[in-house]
Design a protein around this ligand. Structure first.
Ligand SMILES: Cc1ncc(COP(=O)(O)O)c(C=O)c1O
Length: 382
């Protein structure tokens, strides 16, 4: 054969040369099938459905979530929107917690309403009875997020899931804060557990991915079908990185939780701080639910500054040297943001009595972080 042809066909790996601890990263859109019969017999026929690293990750996430089925999505937001889309149709009604991650609200308002799904936002402090009173015969799904984005309200997932089930309504929890480890939505009766793997599972601020975990076979089939119908896919490299992050999730979360609580306690004692919104802090809002349901905390929490001007808030943030200014969390590094500009899109904007801030406490030494915050608080109060 001509060299051109030989170069195309040489060097195919039919068998792995060795078994490694982590799965091989297969880069492939084309899947080579063993024979003509396999073309149409349901054999995995195309790389978009996932290859070795994606399957290994899905299996490990089933273990983490206590799930029978897990699907992967190219971001946490995609996991939320795709899981919502998979179970709703035109004419349905959806209840979404007002403290939901804001881009999910945009999706509901812009996309779902365009397709004839009615959406209402509910107060995160409502109990199961109050929440179910907002449901009507068309209500098919309740979206929960606990603790809530930015304002950290805790929801009684078990009570809401159980009340919803008696009305034939599904529940979906954004459990990114719990990272599948600190809280287990499926074990508390939720139907769908979603998380942005981008945060703690990947853990290094360099990968986007999301997952939706379920136990019910019908729901598992609906999620899988919607992935195929919409064409979602994640790369082998990204799945590999997520699996690599998962291996150290427990250890990293222990440290994030410990350091976060230490910084939260320290902040509670500073005169410039009006309140600390950390569910694991005794006396903080939602602490009882956290203590009942959670095995630990992550490094993300809020705090309220004594009243001050927006310019002072900016000066506080600009004075931070170790805390980066960035919207994400779950990586090894500490981050800070101001939250008030984001609260304006809420249906029931909470009033905290002063500027609301959010911190992600990373893996740096706590004393260095509190020294950084002290410097910035001096600027705030000067
Ligand atoms: C609670 C929560 N859910 C979902 C997401 C979306 O994740 P991603 O950035 O991977 O789309 C985020 C991102 O910040 C989040 O904070």
């Amino acid at each position: 054969m001509d060299e051109e042809t030989r170069l195309i066909h040489a060097g195919h790996v039919d068998k792995l040369p060795a078994r490694t601890v982590s799965p091989p990263i297969q880069r492939g859109s084309t899947v080579l099938l063993p024979d003509a019969k396999a073309l149409y017999d349901g054999t995995l026929g195309y790389g978009r459905a996932g290859l070795s690293a994606q399957f290994a990750l899905m299996e490990a996430l089933c273990e983490l979530e206590g799930a029978k089925g897990v699907q992967l999505y190219p971001s946490g937001l995609a996991a939320m929107t795709a899981a919502i889309m998979a179970v709703l149709k035109t004419g349905d009604h959806l209840l979404v917690v007002d403290s939901v991650y804001r881009p999910v609200r945009y999706f509901c308002d812009k996309v779902l309403r365009r397709f004839g799904v009615a959406v209402n936002y509910y107060d995160p402090n409502l109990d199961a009875g109050g929440l179910l009173a907002l449901a009507n015969p068309a209500t098919k799904l309740i979206v929960l997020e606990s603790p809530g984005s930015l304002s950290f309200e805790m929801q009684d997932v078990a009570a809401i899931a159980s009340a919803a089930r008696t009305r034939g309504i599904l529940t979906l929890v954004d459990n990114t804060w719990g990272a599948g480890r600190l809280f287990k939505p499926l074990a508390h009766g939720a139907d769908i557990s979603v998380q942005a793997l981008t945060k703690y599972v990947c853990g290094h601020s360099d990968v986007f991915m999301g997952s939706a975990a379920v136990n019910d076979p019908k729901l598992a089939a609906a999620l899988k079908a919607s992935i195929q119908d919409h064409g979602w896919a994640v790369s082998g490299e990204d799945a590999y990185q997520a699996l690599r992050g998962l291996r150290t999730l427990a250890t990293r979360l222990d440290r994030h939780g410990e350091s976060g609580l230490a910084v939260a306690r320290w902040l509670a004692g500073q005169p410039e701080v009006l309140a600390v919104l950390h569910p694991a802090l005794p006396g903080a809002p939602g602490h009882d639910l956290w203590a009942r349901d959670y095995s630990g905390a992550c490094g993300l929490f809020g705090f309220v500054l004594q009243p001050g001007t927006p310019a002072k808030v900016e000066a506080f943030l600009d004075a931070l040297e170790l805390f980066g200014l960035g919207f994400s969390w779950g990586g090894f590094e500490s981050l800070a943001i101001s939250c008030d500009p984001q609260l304006t899109s809420r249906a029931m904007a909470p009033d905290f009595g002063g500027p609301l801030m959010r911190l992600h406490v990373g893996l740096e030494a706590v004393d260095d972080l509190t020294a950084d915050l002290r410097r910035a608080l001096d600027v705030y109060s000067s």
